[in-house]
Design a protein around this ligand. Sequence first.
Ligand code: SAH
Length: 258
Amino acid sequence: MKSGKVWLVGAGPGDAALITVKGLHVIRRADALVYDRLVCAELLAEAPDGCEMINVGKNPNHHLVPQTEINQILVDCAQRGLNVVRLKGGDPYVFGRGGEEAETLALAGIPFEVVPGISSAIGGLAYAGIPVTHRDYASGFHVITGHLRQGNEPQDWATLAKLEGTLIILMGMTQLTTICQQLVAGGKAPTTPAAVVMYASHQQQQVASGTLLTLADQVAAQGLSAPALIVIGDVVRLRDVLAFTPELLSLNAIPSLI
Ligand code: SAH
């Protein structure tokens, strides 16, 4: 049987309407849709009738489906001749192991495409009123994981403290206190503005802000937890001026391309 094709699609940070035109188009034509926990229901509802919906965010025992199993699901579906959409939060190649999925497909000789998405690291912050760069405050940004694979060394926060520009940390919430302390120990000013954005661009978005010294307490007081972005740098100040309320746009209003 002729192999199907896999599209690795970025769903964007949360607000369903932040999907790309191409991403929405391939979802609407999918035979199988393999999706993660953070992908919103409104996007899943765009799959056609009869599309196989495969949740790999959690298996029936409420455990994460191991990455090797996800890779195998993609290969199996394609080898059954299906057109598969692998829908991932944010951008498929910003953490989240999209690169490994694409490598598996390449090695198995399965045709695939990547449909980039808006990463939470950039678009999620925008929804919280925080521009990742600004001529007056940050001439660059760094996107860092707070969580490393088992057996790996933890991040060298003392070295990262020396970087100029905005620091954006994903998967860092369990380490928040340590991260803030170690950045200060590494030389960042304790008064550096810092914020946590939980469920960025989702309806339940919440933001806590302060400085490297106060952020962890502020987050605890507001009861914020993962999924969240940690952002450190002077651009956080702009939130006071740039925060906005997004208009909710229904995907039904976006016509099919074919
Ligand atoms: N590929 C994704 C990131 C995957 S790693 C992207 O480009 O956005 C998962 C981590 O991303 C989460 O632990 C959290 O730190 C962050 N994240 C993803 N979506 C988020 C959202 N809507 N709000 C806050 N953090 C988010």
